[in-house]
Write a new protein. Structure first.
Length: 144
């Protein structure tokens, strides 16, 4: 992290969404952020190599939701991330080991080298209030 910019060398760079977000650990994510005093989190990851690049992007998107129960899809379609088409999903679900439901928004982008996952999750009460921060994060995402 340098001057509010996180760089995953040869994969991507992205700006912090604001000073109230702190870096945390969420393996295998390249970057995981948590909103102080909240259940909201953002993570960004890249998986590079021949194997991930060969898989269908919709299958790659579904793997993000393994472990979520009682899913309710709110949005399902495509969007643009770093100028390229990406799968975009918003859903609400129960998360194992956690009380209450979570709302999850995910973008999955694939190019010739890597698959990129950018995900925001928060309780439904927090989700809408912090979604602009996630949008700033998305707008700063650049593949390297």
């Amino acid at each position: 992290m340098e001057h509010g910019i996180f760089r995953a060398p040869s994969m991507f760079r992205v700006a912090m969404p604001g000073p109230e977000w702190e870096v945390t650990s969420l393996p295998p994510a390249e970057l995981a952020l948590r909103l102080r005093g909240s259940d909201a989190g953002i993570f960004a990851n890249a998986e590079c190599g021949d194997e991930p690049a060969r898989r269908d992007v919709s299958v790659l998107a579904r793997r993000l939701f393994v472990g979520l129960r009682d899913r309710q899809v709110i949005e399902n379609g495509t969007a643009t991330l770093d100028g390229a088409p990406a799968v975009h999903l918003v859903m609400e679900a129960e998360v194992s080991g956690r009380e209450g439901r979570m709302r999850v928004e995910a973008y999955v982008l694939k190019d010739a080298r890597c698959v990129y996952d950018v995900v925001y999750a928060a309780s439904p009460e927090t989700f809408t209030a912090q979604r602009p921060a996630f949008q700033r994060f998305l707008e700063s995402f650049v593949r390297e």
